[in-house]
Design a protein around this ligand. Structure first.
Ligand SMILES: Nc1ncnc2c1ncn2[C@@H]1O[C@H](COP(=O)(O)OP(=O)(O)OP(=O)(O)O)[C@@H](O)[C@H]1O
Ligand SMILES: [Mg+2]
Length: 250
């Protein structure tokens, strides 16, 4: 009888302790999200000003014909762009955790959005681009966010596939869904990692993790944006034979 009472008392104490640590963990996670949200928000303003000043100085250097300083300033601009993307990823991640990722829906022509993205990214790399664009109806979506999705997928292809390889983008209409695919000729993704890459902060271990900068947020944000549109993001890859990312939208 005594033994049974002790057992129940011990179990209750253990349950109370477990609930307390769960509560503590939740509170810590909330503080972490708050920190990421506040820090990224505060970093955004000075970085935006830095970018504006750097652009102005670069233009004056170009007008003066000062090639060396123009080159240095274009490198500075590239690094500021990179910083802006990192801050944007952190801000978006914090918005997603708080359920604050808002979409503004309008009619979007996916083909022209995709061509704009390809044209812009093409200028920054020597990868070859091929576009196979099917005839698509306008979709209801958030233009800015869908553009961000395309940028993330194409930038990953550029980042992970070796220079001068080909990146192919496809669009097609499949019954009531439109499908956009970005295919590269890079190292591909290990089968065990193929679901994990959509998780927050996940980066494949090994060569790519050390050789390329990144926080492992691009695909997480991309998947969340597509989900909020009622669509799906998938990956197909045979390691060593490139990767192909597709998203569908209703
Ligand atoms: N096209 C690709 N080819 C090979 N591996 C890829 C490709 N796209 C993504 N990955 C793998 O998936 C991981 C997660 O990608 P994700 O875009 O989320 O993060 P990241 O590129 O590491 O950093 P960032 O937050 O700057 O985007 C990458 O670290 C990489 O290992
Ligand atoms: Mg990425």
């Amino acid at each position: 009888m005594v033994a049974v009472v002790i057992d129940i008392t011990q179990r209750k104490a253990a349950e109370t302790a477990l609930r307390a640590s769960e509560q503590q963990l939740k509170e810590l996670l909330r503080l972490k999200d708050d920190f990421i949200g506040i820090a990224s928000h505060e970093l955004k303003t000075p970085v935006t000003s830095m970018k504006a000043y750097a652009e102005i100085v670069k233009e004056s250097m170009e007008q003066l014909g000062d090639k060396q300083n123009s080159y240095l300033l274009s490198r500075l601009n590239q690094q500021i762009d990179r910083l802006t993307t990192l801050i944007r990823h952190l801000l978006d991640t914090s918005r997603i955790s708080e359920g604050q990722l808002q979409l503004v829906f309008e009619n979007v022509d996916l083909n022209s959005l995709l061509l704009d993205r390809v044209d812009e990214i093409k200028r920054t790399t020597n990868h070859q681009f091929i576009c196979h664009l099917g005839k698509l109806p306008a979709v209801q979506g958030d233009r800015e966010r869908l553009s961000q999705v395309m940028t993330n997928l194409i930038s990953n292809a550029v980042k992970y596939a070796p220079a001068s390889t080909t990146i192919t983008v496809f669009t097609e209409l499949q019954e009531a869904t439109v499908k956009v695919t970005v295919q590269d000729e890079g190292p591909g993704i290990a089968v065990a990692d193929q679901q994990k890459i959509f998780e927050k902060f996940f980066r494949s271990a090994g060569k790519t993790e050390n050789a390329f900068q990144g926080m492992g947020l691009g695909l997480y944000i991309t998947a969340q944006i597509i989900q909020k549109h009622g669509g799906a993001l998938t990956v197909q890859s045979e390691p060593g034979n490139g990767a192909s990312f597709s998203f569908t939208l209703p």
